[in-house]
Write a protein that binds this ligand. Sequence first.
Ligand code: AMP
Ligand code: MG
Length: 338
Amino acid sequence: MSKYIDLRDNCNKELLVAASNCIKEGKLVIFPTETVYGIGADGLNANAVKNIFIAKGRASDNPLILHVSSIDMINRIAYIESKLEKDLINAFFPGPLTIILKKKEIVPNIVCGNLDTVGVRMPINNIAHDLIELSNTPIAAPSANISGRPSGTNIKDIYDELNNRVDYIIDGGDTNIGLESTVIRVINDEIHILRPGKITYDDLSKYGKVVIDSHVLDKVKATDKVLSPGMKYRHYAPKTKCVLVYSENNKKLIEKMKELESENTLVITHNKNINLFKNAISYGETLEDISHNIFKILRSVDKYNNDLVIIEGVKSKGLGLAIMNRLIRACSHNYIKI
Ligand code: AMP
Ligand code: MG
């Protein structure tokens, strides 16, 4: 059994000392960030990091992001090699952006899946920031979920799944954004989006040419070389079979969803369409709502024992690109676009 602290209403730095001591001792701590919850460990302690992979059942070639609390801490672990990287860090740190940088020797290979790069992020969430600062070390933290499952956005959803696998749990309430960070890498002075998130194509375009990696929406083929190993893996998927449907034409979209519907299907849809289906739950109205709610909803669907979950897609633009990236994977690429 892990220790648990409730900081939903009270985030006093002193209350984080015990958790930061756990990090210093090489133990595992679940903590909130503005994106999703993370399973954290001292990112410079190879043994502690190994235990994250074990706790999650994560493939060893799928690298972890190091979470920092200051620019000094970035300089301890990675090289900021170009003006563009520096500009992006200045513009978006702290916040929901991960940048892939050339790693320094001090970072254990296990963190990076033996790559010569490391993902670096500076969370803006107070609890995350204070925990890293008190621990005085970059915290390696993948999303808090067993590998393949939807990421955890509140403690209630992940407690049973992870409680026995970690040493300490910090409850900071619902995470604000609800989707993991945007992951980027600068290559030949272009910004490549490897995983879309709250920081969008348009946000990044103010700083340079942006390329959306083809695997953001397309399936990775066995022969493909991927820039981000995480793209290869099954992710976010409920046990119940899911299908994603999208059309720019709302009438066609609804028609297709109705065609797929039966007595034993569950529809996940926009608020305005909820009454059109026999058995439906709403993921909200705005893209921000959907981003905030979607992992919680994906985690809940199995309990209804349906034959099929029909999910209404959104336009793959802005935050919609991040939502579609997660939904396509949740549906194991079972995607009907009309
Ligand atoms: P998660 O830890 O679940 O938020 O996933 C982290 C994502 O960042 C995965 O998709 C990783 O493949 C990606 N990532 C982390 N480090 C690197 C790196 N050095 N190079 C490329 N992608 C990375
Ligand atoms: Mg993850």
